[in-house]
Design a protein around this ligand. Structure first.
Ligand SMILES: Nc1ncnc2c1ncn2[C@@H]1O[C@H](COP(=O)(O)OP(=O)(O)OP(=O)(O)O)[C@@H](O)[C@H]1O
Length: 585
């Protein structure tokens, strides 16, 4: 029942729908008592030969009217109660989605995508059932059950009612016991379903890698194993589920037996008429549904409680990157001052960045290079406040980064991440993602700067070509350049490119850099790369090693230092010459 207390906020919001729905349900529960009464009257009328044609017609008309009214009212309560439960599902789904979009990288490091999807689908459905079917079954079983029992006791015979219903406490005990078992088993089943979801998500997004390594069989086996686990956990739930109905039927059977034995004795003793006994057994049959409903109620509530606990735990996850109430809310100019003593990722004991002091002035181009794992992406993440610096600080225009409004920080950057991602939408929509108000002219201009315009107009549908999962398959270089166009379309103060030219050939890279140099002369550009040709034109080049700046200067200055940069540059030049068949040597 705790789940109803936890969902009280929603019942308060929807009180009109629930009050009306429950009221109509109660009326329906009362109306269903009329037909057994009429049947009893008719039977007694026949038995005592007092039934006339006109009174029979009257009874039948009354029966029909009750039937029609009940039909209409059943429709009303369904719309009220089930409609409200659908709105609850929508509200929780929206809450989850909003929460997911607010959370930063740290959250996504802890929770798997498949798990989050299971929360947003299966768990939401279980909570929806609690607010819909759960409410229906408890109201129905209490009102209809209560009214039927009272009628049997008051109108017919309270002693017979007491004897007949004596097995009921046993049913309450058993269903309560099953409920506890069901809760634990359902929680396990949901957890297992989350894992399966995650497995499917990983398998589908990595299907090309699976095929490339010929691992289809192994993947299928793994999936089967997970799937089997879900089945066996759900079977454990089903075994308990399956106990509810037979238990209730058994108890109802015993009740019938007692009713017939003791009822017949009363008829023989003439303390009960045959008509009353007939009514009594029809009333008893009306108790089957409330009893089954009670069992279903416990079942639904246990599932809803397990699911709502999981959802609440997820919603209670605190965002670690938050905005101060009086955060700086002005357009950013773009001078960045980095003073990081040390930065460790959450849960890691090793510093990813160390003693990093850099000032990036507006209009400068900064190149960041270094071995893989040296901290290039980490620096870009900290600049965008994906994580907060643990020791030291970053300032933008002299104001600490955490004192800026997050929106201002986000709008200051145009980012091309290493693992670029295109949505299942048209090229134009993908480019305009960073600036939905961008005109077609602006979109085309960004694509020209990113050197992808010619490729796009070569496609049959041009800028309307669908890309991503539903669309055409683009080359890695084409996807990367569409990503660059997306970052450029909002004409950001700071362009951030994380190894964003890795998939294009040297000539295309040169072309893009030339365009950027010409069009972004007065804006800041931060470029990380493995190919030094992508940053050799930069105003400052930083060479990172194990999270520290080990070399710093312009291309010429670094070449004069004869360090890592000098060695790598010469090596890459040599590779380039070899690739070209030694023509330029
Ligand atoms: N989310 C994370 N949690 C813990 N450690 C991380 C995380 N991301 C990166 N690291 C670690 O931080 C260090 C720096 O990684 P980073 O991605 O910044 O390197 P990089 O220079 O960009 O590498 P590459 O050139 O391969 O992209 C590495 O040791 C890496 O393992």
């Amino acid at each position: 029942m705790r789940v109803y207390r936890d969902l009280w906020w929603f019942f308060k919001e929807e009180k009109k729908a629930y009050i009306l729905g429950i009221f109509v349900l109660v009326v329906v529960s009362l109306l269903v008592l009329v037909p057994p009464y009429i049947i009893g009257q008719i039977v007694d009328g026949i038995n005592e030969s007092t039934l006339t044609r006109s009174s029979l017609v009257q009874w039948i008309l009354l029966l029909l009217s009750v039937g029609v009214i009940t039909y209409g009212l059943r429709y009303v309560w369904r719309i009220m109660i089930f409609g409200a439960s659908i709105r609850l599902a929508r509200t929780i789904r929206n809450q989850l989605y909003e929460h997911f979009t607010k959370m930063s990288s740290r959250f996504y490091q802890r929770f798997k995508t498949g798990d989050l999807m299971a929360h947003a689908t299966n768990d939401v459905r279980a909570v929806q059932m609690t607010a819909g079917q759960g409410v229906l079954t408890i109201v129905d079983s209490l009102t209809m059950g209560g009214v039927v029992v009272l009628t049997m006791a008051i109108v017919i015979d309270w002693k017979l009612t007491l004897i007949t219903l004596s097995p009921m406490p046993l049913m309450a005990l058993l269903t309560n016991y099953y409920g506890g078992l069901l809760h634990r088993r359902f929680r396990d089943a949901q957890k297992s379903f989350s894992e399966l979801n995650d497995n499917v998500q990983g398998a589908i997004s990595g299907v090309r890698v699976t095929k490339a390594f010929g691992q289809e069989q192994a993947e299928t086996e793994q999936f089967k194993k997970k799937s089997l686990d879900v089945v066996s956990k759900n079977m454990r739930v089903a075994r308990i589920d399956a106990l509810f109905s037979p238990t209730i039927s058994l108890i109802v059977g015993i009740c019938y037996f007692l009713a017939i034995v003791f009822g017949a004795r009363s008829v023989v003793n003439e303390t009960l008429t045959i008509g009353e006994l007939t009514s009594f057994t029809v009333y008893l049959s009306l108790l089957i549904w409330p009893m089954l409903a009670l069992g279903m109620f416990f079942n639904t509530v246990e599932r809803g409680r397990a699911s709502y606990d999981r959802i609440r735990a997820l919603l209670a996850e605190q965002e670690t990157i938050f905005e101060e109430p009086d955060a700086h809310d002005q357009p950013v100019d773009g001078t960045i001052d980095v003073q990081i003593d040390s930065f460790e990722y959450p849960g890691s004991s090793q510093a990813a960045l160390n003693k990093m002091n850099v000032t990036i002035k507006k209009g400068q181009t900064i190149g960041i290079v270094g071995k893989t794992g040296s901290g290039k992406t980490t620096l870009l993440r900290l600049l965008q406040r994906e994580y907060d610096v643990t020791q030291g600080q970053i300032q933008i225009d002299g104001v600490p980064l955490h004192k800026w409004r997050l929106k201002r920080v986000k709008e200051m950057y145009g980012t091309v991440p290493q693992d670029h991602f295109l949505f299942s939408a048209s090229i134009a929509e993908n480019v305009a993602f960073a600036n939905p108000k961008a005109s077609m002219t602006e979109i085309i201009k960004a694509c020209q700067l990113a050197n992808i315009h010619k490729d796009i107009i070569g496609f049959k549908n041009g800028y309307d070509t669908l890309v991503g999962e539903r669309g055409v398959t683009l080359s890695g270089g084409q996807k990367q350049r569409i990503s660059i166009a997306r970052a450029l379309v909002s004409n950001p103060n700071v362009l951030m490119m994380d190894d964003a030219l890795s998939a294009v050939d040297a000539a295309t890279e040169e072309e893009i850099l030339k365009q950027l140099k010409a069009h972004r002369k007065y804006s800041t550009n931060i470029i990380t790369a493995h190919r030094l040709s992508a940053i050799h034109h930069a105003d400052i080049i930083l060479v990172l090693s194990k999270g520290e700046v080990v070399e710093r200067g312009t291309h010429q200055e670094l070449m004069n230092q004869s360090g890592w940069y000098f060695t790598m540059y010469n090596q890459q030049q040599l590779e380039y010459v070899v690739e070209k068949g030694g023509k330029d040597a």
